[in-house]
Design a protein around this ligand. Structure first.
Ligand SMILES: Cc1cc2nc3c(=O)[nH]c(=O)nc-3n(C[C@H](O)[C@H](O)[C@H](O)COP(=O)(O)OP(=O)(O)OC[C@H]3O[C@@H](n4cnc5c(N)ncnc54)[C@H](O)[C@@H]3O)c2cc1C
Length: 486
């Protein structure tokens, strides 16, 4: 396989003229009847054609630069084109411990595919890198499962991982492969973090996460569920008992809506809403398993917010309405316009196909309830866009006297997530900032405590699966170096 792709004798013009090969999805009406992934997989022949659209940009290829994990995408696509699917999957695995997950949930439109030079070709469509990655990894999985790979001889060093989300799982695998003894603690009943307790199954089948966890168990990683560090065991005790600790506890506290009526029945935080609708009851945290009422959405649902979580709540609500026999009536209300929406465009299109409605430039002012404390309506106010704020996006400003009331049975609040301040509050030596984010070196994840590292959403604030994985991998390298120096 040549590495200097500039020297490859390929007809880039001819490749640029091959039309993009779409991936089929479940029909919008049909997919509302289930929570299965909506995208089907490529057929082998079609995957080869699509991979053959890659013009093999010379190093460094823009797609590889845009991938937080630095996946060698051009090589993987060239192998796919040649029908060498397992080698292609292995190329992704060299830099990514979870290609089966990244291929499904990465916002490729703003990462690898967003930087694909092919976008300027005849079809104007980037190569469908994510769907090809999913195809080769699934192909490999069907034939040989997830390969066990190499594990170094035992080093006798013990590492505790706090939080079994993508950051923690990536750190656990990397360090286990280096021969260390790994114990992963998580507050939830099952590992996976937001891969299980956030992202709905119509985007990422829970099976794939379960398979990854079993794979890690086969490698020798130990999981201890239902254990909240900082409450059940002090973090400092782990730091004393283990040679090193990695914290990947995410940022999973729902930002509250400080509005009248936010405590009415029928007003849900996105976190609870998605868990109760998408996670099997036996795997739900105890507090939700004990919920007295089933999650019944009713005739009119509103979702407040404009990010990926809002879209996940919207599409979950549509499926719940379908299952519970209501006419579809779900509206996503956002205080800016579609142009400022931070979520993935493709997911918005999927929501539209499924029947979601959108109301732009509107924000809730209060929630209205009946005498039994149940939501019956929402008072909204119209907004306009003012001057840009610190993020560069134009600030929404209320329009005076533009309030209006909409009847509503359920509202899901997807207003963002905050970190949990618990670890900072209970570990005086651990530096934190901004409501509990852990202060850590951006590259190595080293914190203010000598043998504690941190990475993922708990350091950056809410971000992506792939950036959390990268943080876990970088911290693992730094921990390994530290243990060797010791
Ligand atoms: C609804 C939703 C949809 C999303 N969709 C996408 C998407 O499509 N694509 C994408 O790239 N990203 C998406 N994201 C973001 C992505 O899921 C996160 O950025 C990523 O999961 C962060 O990984 P993490 O390992 O840092 O933390 P998390 O995945 O949040 O995992 C943290 C883990 O730590 C555990 N924990 C917390 N506190 C403690 C404690 N004190 N002791 C022990 N354990 C603890 C938690 O139980 C959890 O299991 C989405 C997020 C949400 C909320």
């Amino acid at each position: 396989m040549p590495t200097k792709r500039a020297d490859l004798e390929i007809d880039r013009k001819a490749r640029a003229s091959i039309p993009m090969q779409p991936v089929s999805k479940q029909d919008a009406f049909e997919r509302l009847k289930n929570f299965n992934e909506i995208y089907f997989n490529y057929e082998a022949e079609i995957a080869c054609i699509e991979a053959g659209r890659c013009i093999q940009c010379p190093d460094p290829a823009p797609c590889q630069l845009a991938c937080p994990l630095g996946n060698d995408i051009p090589t993987a696509l060239r192998l796919t084109e040649q029908g060498r699917f397992i080698e292609a999957a292995e190329t992704f695995r060299k830099t990514s411990p979870m290609p089966e997950i990244c291929s499904r949930v990465c916002p490729q439109e703003r990462l690898c595919e967003g930087s694909c030079t092919h976008g300027g070709g005849n079809s104007g469509e980037p190569v469908r890198i994510g769907k090809i990655e999913k195809f080769v990894v699934e192909y490999q999985y069907a034939i040989e499962g997830i390969p066990i790979g190499d594990i170094a001889p035992d080093t006798g060093k013990r590492i505790a991982i706090v939080g079994a989300g993508p950051a923690g799982l990536a750190a656990a695998e990397n360090l286990r492969r280096k021969g260390h003894d790994i114990t992963v603690y998580d507050a939830n009943p099952f590992p996976g973090g937001l891969l299980i307790y956030g992202i709905p199954a119509f985007k990422l089948s829970k099976d794939r996460v379960v398979t990854k966890v079993k794979h890690l168990e086969k490698l020798g990683v130990k999981f201890i569920p239902n254990t909240r560090i900082g409450q059940d065991i002090p973090l400092q005790k782990l730091a004393d008992d283990f040679d090193a600790v990695f914290i990947g506890v995410g940022a999973n506290i729902d930002a509250p809506a400080k509005l009248e009526g936010a405590d009415l029945k029928g007003v849900y935080q996105a976190g609870e809403f998605l868990i109760r609708a998408n996670v099997p009851r036996a795997l739900q945290p105890a507090a939700f398993q004990e919920a007295d009422e089933p999650l019944t959405v009713g005739k009119r649902v509103f979702v407040i917010g404009g990010g990926d979580t809002a879209m996940d709540c919207t599409r979950t609500s549509l499926r719940l309405q379908q299952a519970q026999g209501y006419k579809l009536d779900v509206t996503c209300a956002y205080r800016r316009t579609e142009a400022e929406m931070p979520g993935c465009k493709a997911e918005r299109e999927n929501a539209r196909e499924e029947g979601a409605r959108f109301e732009w430039l509107t924000a809730p002012k209060r929630f209205i309830g009946d005498e039994e404390g149940r939501l019956t309506g929402i008072e909204f106010v119209r907004m306009r866009l003012g001057e840009p704020d610190a993020s560069g996006r134009r600030r929404p400003v209320e329009i005076a006297d533009s309030e209006y009331i909409e009847p509503a049975d359920t509202v899901a609040l997807a207003l963002g997530y905050w970190p949990d301040p618990l670890l900072g509050e209970t570990t005086p030596a651990l530096d934190t900032h901004d409501w509990g984010l852990i202060t850590a070196d951006a590259r190595t994840g080293k914190t203010s405590v000598a043998n504690i590292w941190a990475g993922g959403d708990v350091v950056t604030g809410p971000d992506l699966v792939t950036t959390a994985i990268r943080a876990g991998l970088h911290a693992a390298e730094s921990i390994h170096l530290y243990l060797n120096e010791e």
